[in-house]
Structures are given as structure tokens and as C-alpha cells.
Design a protein around this ligand. Structure first.
Ligand SMILES: *Cc1c(COP(=O)(O)O)cnc(C)c1O
Length: 213
């Protein structure tokens, strides 16, 4: 497994405007440092405990993204340093991010996770809920939350058409809100499809760091 080579292969396959989040969950610091030394700075983690340990041990100019389901009682641990939370899936969580952002005097960038897959196991807002959130007054009372885009995960399936359709449905929601800049969709198995459908941020783990146990 040559991490530098994998990183360079994935990076060079992306259009210039697409941000690569290297998903380093379950991988050791030494692996992250290989990507770091090759110049990469944006990493994604899905477990708070693991993220805090890595944050403390690794260089401070890393931009840490939270990509997995986030429990409200854990927001306080990441609020001081997190760069972007992709996985905001409830208003209660937004309220907690507001409270913790205020405590550490930060405005925290967030994406709203949208439910696009057929599977019920994946969480996220419905299009109607997004509309209410972004067009209603809710955000006015959340000055420490900055919603900069949307995130979604396609179904775990071999059916490329289904995946593309799910990405299209997310893109069409995204297009209704011209103020949003970030559309986070695509993982190792489907990031090319995601980019075809308009993604500008991909979250790639196993293609860079190898399979996880
Ligand atoms: C693990 C994970 C990824 C990366 O998955 P790979 O298939 O290893 O690229 C991307 N997004 C989320 C939300 C994840 O949990």
C-alpha cells in the first residue's frame, strides 16, 4: 500500500475545483503523516474520540472534517478546532453546535446531510426540512453556525444508475440554494459518478489508505 502514490492518483483524477477529504478513520497517525508530508491537509474522521487523539498528536495546520454521525454530547470536544462538520442531520444538533460555537467564540462551518439513499439506515434531512431550515428564520438565531453546503451518501449498491440518480437528486436540491458553495458527495466507490453529477467535495478513504478492518 503506497499512500503517497494512491493520494497522487486520486488527486490528479479530480477536477481542480473539487476538494479531496482524505478519510483517515481507523488508520494510524503514521499513515496520515505520509499524506501530510506529501502536502495534503484535509482529513475526515467519523469518531470523536479518535479525532481528538489525532488532533492532539498531529500537526495543527491539518483541517479536520467530521463526516460521521455526531452525538450532541460530543460536540463540545470538537468545537474548538473542527474545520467542517459534514453530517449535521437534526436541528437539535445544530442548536448544540451553536451553543458550543458560542462558548469557544467560533463560527463553525457545517453541511446539512440530506437523506438521498433508499436505505433507512442512513440519516439526514428531507428536502422539505432543508427548505424550512434554509428559507425560514431558524438560522438567524444560530450566529455561530455557518451552513456552507450539503452532504449526502448514495445507497450501497452495484446499480450505477441508482447511484447517479441519488446524486442527481441531491444536486437538484443544492441548485435551489445559490448561497451554498459546497456539495459533499462521493466516496472511494462512487466519487467519479458523484463528480459527473456535480460534486465539488469528495470523501475518499480506502482508495488512499487501503481497506479498513
Ligand atoms: C468511511 C466514510 C467515507 C470513506 O469511505 P471509503 O469507501 O473508504 O472511501 C466517506 N464518507 C463517509 C460518511 C464515511 O463514513
Amino acid at each position: 500500500m503506497n499512500i503517497e502514490e494512491n493520494l497522487s492518483t486520486v488527486s490528479s483524477s479530480l477536477p481542480e475545483e473539487v476538494v479531496l477529504v482524505a478519510v483517515s478513520k481507523k488508520k494510524p497517525n503514521s499513515d496520515i503523516m505520509k499524506a501530510y508530508d506529501a502536502g495534503h491537509r484535509v482529513f475526515g474522521e467519523n469518531r470523536v474520540q479518535e479525532l481528538i487523539e489525532k488532533y492532539e498528536e498531529l500537526p495543527k495546520d491539518i483541517q479536520w472534517h467530521v463526516i460521521g454521525q455526531l452525538q450532541r454530547n460530543k460536540v463540545k470536544y470538537i468545537a474548538p478546532f473542527v474545520s467542517l462538520i459534514h453530517s449535521v442531520d437534526t436541528v437539535k444538533l445544530l442548536n448544540m453546535i451553536e451553543a458550543q460555537g458560542e462558548k469557544c467564540d467560533r463560527v463553525i462551518d457545517c453541511l446539512l446531510q440530506i437523506h438521498i439513499a433508499e436505505e433507512d439506515t442512513k440519516s439526514g434531512f428531507t428536502p422539505a426540512e432543508v427548505k424550512e431550515l434554509l428559507s425560514g428564520g431558524t438560522l438567524n438565531s444560530l450566529p455561530h453556525v455557518n451552513i456552507i453546503g450539503l452532504m449526502g451518501m448514495a445507497s450501497y449498491t452495484e446499480d450505477q444508475n441508482q447511484i447517479s440518480e441519488e446524486f442527481q437528486s441531491l444536486k437538484s436540491i443544492f441548485d435551489q440554494y445559490p448561497d451554498l458553495g459546497v456539495l459533499s458527495m462521493g466516496m472511494s466507490g462512487d466519487y467519479s459518478l458523484a463528480i459527473e453529477e456535480g460534486s465539488n467535495m469528495v470523501r475518499v478513504g480506502s482508495l488512499i489508505f487501503g481497506e479498513r478492518n
